[in-house]
Design a binder for this molecule. Structure first.
Ligand code: NAP
Length: 336
């Protein structure tokens, strides 16, 4: 399988390492400002060169370098992602992306989603968004559980996860802030909450045959009671060590779907409780499932890399993870 890696940030580099292990051939890599002209083996810490240099000129690659699929790992925003992905589609390339807003943009970006779907069908390629959330823990996983129910009345999926990796790359924004600072940051849009809940809520609602009337959001900062020392950051007691974001999908005023994400830097069990995803389905029967042990950055990359083959083989159009078969990892082919 020949892959073009689009985006060589933290997750793009992890994808390069994972694809090297699985025996996928990365034939080109597209960056923006960082790592231009550097070998992707060097930047991803493989310890050996792969003979492919990062280019900032997507046009020099798309349609010019022979490939089966683009592994897209840049940004969240659908309009930006649309501008990056449409030339890939135009060039006849399948795309597997981790953009949260691409996961199910039908209700949130209807016009552009339809255009992308039309273009993908006309070029006979697949575009699909995957990842951990959206892409697995708040949608595919609970829906798989719900497939053992005769009826679902409501669903609640709450994730509490270690976000030390986020604190490392974006620590100046969400972590180590004073409470008023954090609250002002969320209100003025400087501090992002979890992306992709609207798309995930609509995806799950549609799968259950529901149409949400509205979505309400609720958030709060988490304040550390202790000193948290990360590799490149320090969070003092009284500063923010995380956040909780809850998004609720309503029908006739009733909370039908509740998604929550708590992201904590350097979790302290006595302060932050148990890590994991807690799924509660009310219906016939009621089912409760706890998933523990998944790793958000690695899981996101694994979901994408494991889905590359399925993305190439799927029917053309703009699809969601619900359209792809289950894609467990292939065995490693090399020990890098
Ligand atoms: N679905 C999920 O579960 C999930 C989970 C986690 C993350 N994500 C998504 O994954 C994305 C990447 O995460 P990350 O941790 O790797 O972020 P990151 O370290 O910030 O890397 C993103 C990279 O994309 C590059 N980029 C942005 N726009 C580009 C463009 N037009 N052309 C080429 N390169 C471009 C940036 O280049 P420069 O540095 O040169 O500007 C940066 O290197 C996030 O933004 C988020 O949308 C999804």
């Amino acid at each position: 399988m020949k892959v073009i890696q689009y985006g060589v940030g933290d997750l793009g580099q992890t994808a390069i390492r994972l694809m090297a292990k699985k025996g996928y051939e990365v034939v080109a890599a597209i960056g923006r400002k960082r790592f231009l002209n550097e070998d992707i083996g060097d930047i991803s810490g493989l310890g050996r060169k792969l003979g492919v240099k990062v280019t900032g000129d997507a046009e020099s690659v798309l349609g010019k370098v022979e490939a089966d699929v683009v592994c897209h790992m840049t940004v969240t925003d659908f309009e930006e992602v649309y501008r990056e992905i449409m030339p890939c589609v135009e060039a006849g390339l399948n795309v597997v992306s981790i953009s949260e807003e691409l996961s199910y943009p039908w209700d949130t970006h209807t016009r552009l989603a339809r255009e992308m779907d039309k273009k993908a069908k006309s070029r006979r390629v697949t575009v699909v968004g995957t990842g951990m959330s959206p892409g697995w823990e708040h949608d595919l996983l609970p829906l798989t559980v719900a497939s053992a129910c005769a009826r679902v009345d409501s669903m609640k999926v709450m994730r509490v996860s270690d976000w030390s990796h986020q604190a490392r790359s974006r620590g100046d924004v969400r972590f180590g802030r004073s409470l008023p600072d954090f609250e002002a940051g969320v209100r003025n849009g400087q501090i992002p909450l979890h992306a992709g809940f609207p798309e995930g809520l609509h995806m799950v609602a549609t799968a259950l045959g529901w149409k949400l009337d509205s979505i309400i959001d609720w958030w709060e900062p988490l304040v550390s009671k202790s000193l948290r020392q990360g590799p490149v950051y320090t969070i003092k007691a009284g500063q923010t060590c995380g956040f909780k974001h809850v998004s609720i999908g309503l029908i006739d005023g009733e909370a039908k779907l509740t998604f929550g994400l708590t992201g904590v830097a350097n979790p302290v069990p006595e302060e932050d409780g148990e890590m994991g995803t807690f799924i509660e389905i009310a219906g016939e029967p009621n089912i409760t499932v706890k998933e523990a042990g998944s790793d958000v950055p690695l899981g996101t990359v694994a979901r994408a890399v494991n889905s590359l083959k399925a993305g190439v083989e799927a029917r053309p159009g703009l699809l969601s993870v619900l359209d792809l078969p289950v894609a467990p990892p292939l065995p490693d082919r090399s020990h890098v």
